[in-house]
Write a protein that binds this ligand. Structure first.
Ligand code: PMV
Length: 313
């Protein structure tokens, strides 16, 4: 059996401003993954089938149509078209441990795992650059005008310093650091938050542009700190980034409550992560502070808390 996968991701610094050309930093969360298993059909002759493990159902994939009946079918069609391949006679089963609609990139990870599985099933090479472009196309159908940061970090599974339109810059991690990811449990549409920031920017560009630039400057400082292993510099930068995101109106009372709870329990810094208005926040912790911060997050309303360590690569 063939198994392929792709990780979740979190944005450390620079969300929203990245849409306006400022840099952002994102890292993979390798412990949360989408996986795709490929098995030959028995009996043969059933065509390409995709089984989403969460839907108790197998989708027969019609590849001879342009109708977007299902996002997984659309992804499969796009991959086969790019590879100039006919649908293989296999069942691809998808699983994911990544919570959906919470800014962890579950859609992009599923698309990436499926793309990899299909290319293996048709015995063709699909390099990361091509896969990244394909996953970006799928992201556009979900999110409108994504910056491209999610698909990039997920496909390359590397920390990235991302500037829209610029070549991908992989980052080195000078010293490992630990984060808790706290989920507000409130689903929020990134598309809506991005649209609202756009309206704000268009209404008051002279007020909003300096906020975006201030975020960009924090991201540049964070990059230097991360590469040099100066972890103690990151906490204050996260808090400043959160304040600027509040000014862009993308935080929420729940996110603010989790950020405050984390800091009061000993986190060196915390901020919302991703589109905001719900979804996740991150807190910078140490092995010593992790447990008390985790408990504080749960007490303050987090529905789940993951930990992840950003390591040297
Ligand atoms: O909600 P997420 O984690 O997919 O993050 C979106 C990040 C934004 O900067 C808000 C939008 C984008 O396309 O970069």
């Amino acid at each position: 059996m063939i198994e392929t996968s792709a990780p979740a991701k979190i944005i450390l610094f620079g969300e929203h401003a990245v849409v306006y050309g400022q840099p952002a930093i994102a890292v993979p969360v390798s412990s949360l993954r989408a996986t795709a298993d490929v098995t030959p059909n028995i009996p043969p002759g059933q065509g390409l089938r995709i089984a989403a493990a969460d839907l108790n159902e197998i989708l027969p994939i019609r590849v001879d149509t342009e109708i977007v009946d299902h996002s997984l079918a659309a992804t499969a069609r796009l991959v086969l078209k790019t590879l100039n391949a006919v649908p293989p006679d296999v069942t691809i089963t998808l699983h994911s441990t990544i919570p959906m609609a919470s800014g962890l990139g579950s859609g992009a990870a599923v698309s990436a795992a499926l793309g990899r599985a299909l290319s293996r099933a048709v015995h063709q090479r699909l390099d990361n650059e091509t896969l990244n472009a394909l996953v970006y196309e799928m992201e556009k159908t979900y999110h409108g005008t994504p910056s491209g940061i999610d698909n990039t970090v997920i496909v390359y599974e590397q920390p990235v310093y991302f500037v829209r339109g610029a070549p991908i810059e992989k980052m080195t991690i000078g010293a490992p650091f630990m984060l808790l990811i706290g989920d507000t449990g409130q689903g929020a549409l990134t598309r809506v938050a991005v649209g609202d920031v756009r309206k704000l920017f268009e209404a008051e560009p002279e007020r909003i542009q300096p906020i975006l630039e201030a975020i960009g400057s924090l991201v540049k400082q964070a990059k230097i700190a991360i590469e040099n292993g100066e972890i103690s510099a990151l906490g204050p930068l996260m808090l400043q980034n959160h304040t600027l995101l509040q000014q862009l109106t993308v935080s929420s009372p729940e996110l603010d409550r989790l950020v405050d709870a984390a800091v009061n329990a000993g986190a060196a810094g915390a901020k919302l992560s991703g589109g905001g208005r719900g979804g996740n926040m991150i807190a910078l912790v140490t092995l010593d502070s992790a447990e008390s911060v985790r408990q504080a997050l749960l007490k303050a309303g987090a529905v789940r808390v993951f930990d992840t360590t950003v390591t040297r690569n």
